[in-house]
Design a binder for this molecule. Sequence first.
Ligand code: TLP
Length: 343
Amino acid sequence: MIDLRSDTVTKPTEAMRKAAYEAEVGDDVYGEDPSINQLEETAAEVLGKEAALFVTSGTQGNQIAILTHCRPGNEIILEAESHIFYYESGAASAFAGVQTRTLSGTRGAMIPSDVEYAIRGEDQHFPETGLICLENTHNRAGGAVIPVDNMKEIHKVAKANNVPLHIDGARLFNAAAALNLPASELAKHCDTVQVCLSKGLGAPVGSILAGNRDFIAAARKWRKRLGGGLRQAGIIANPGLIALTQMRERLAEDHENAQYLAQQLGQIKGIEIVNQVDTNIIVADVKDLKMNSLEFVEKLKAEGVLSGTFGPSYVRFVTHYDVNRSQLEHAITAIQKTADQII
Ligand code: TLP
């Protein structure tokens, strides 16, 4: 099977498995796991923040950010197709008790003046705006890179109105690679950021939440409340450290593969690539094949390629570390065959 469903499917490398085996460990709830401590310090440095916290997943990192920044009854502003709104099982309302105010963006980027307008005033009818969330890269916008200027402008609006800004940077390193900038140059336009180690970077488990020291101290408590205080977690942090220090540079390869895949799929009759491929995500419309995305995904699976539905007629393909160019060639042949069967 060639698995193009997501970059979450990557398996730990040999070096990561070795690092897991050899990790120095301790009880992290006591702050005594040296591997966790090293990962958190390194992550803070890479992201240009005072402190960082290892969390079990991207979802947990985002939700801890919301819980730490907000109080029940607050409103959070976020893009209409953002992961926090679309794919986190309603966690923001279930746990933090906040309501969501969604704004439609262009390729995932909200208009700064829309954000400004959405921030609530003093009126007693209104909830308080507790947080603004951005997502970079933006998953449902097809891995779109949110431009630095857009982040800068929204951060300016946030600061002027005393509202914190959080970035869901599950794929922030993909954005940094695409822009050829250090991740800290992107993360400087927010108060807090969540980055995933277990997507394109290939670690088996975990994400990082970063911000200033006070925020991270409060976030640590929320992590504990959620049952996310781990003990000898160095065995998962050590592979994460390899992901963070050795795997960022190769993300450009996934982006080149995505370009290649998009270009080849675009030539297949009945398939239309609908996103501008900035990073490692490709969205294909299969409506001209006269079937829905689920049927297409099932047929393609029978040809040995896994993909994901991304709307009634949209299919998502994601390139990653575990798919090389020759596997991609096989995938393209299988996709061609699937389309040919139908047309
Ligand atoms: N995205 C997954 C699915 O949940 C859709 C994927 O396959 O793309 N933020 C963003 C932008 C994400 O894309 C994801 C995962 C998360 C947060 C959540 O990360 P995890 O899965 O670690 O909770």
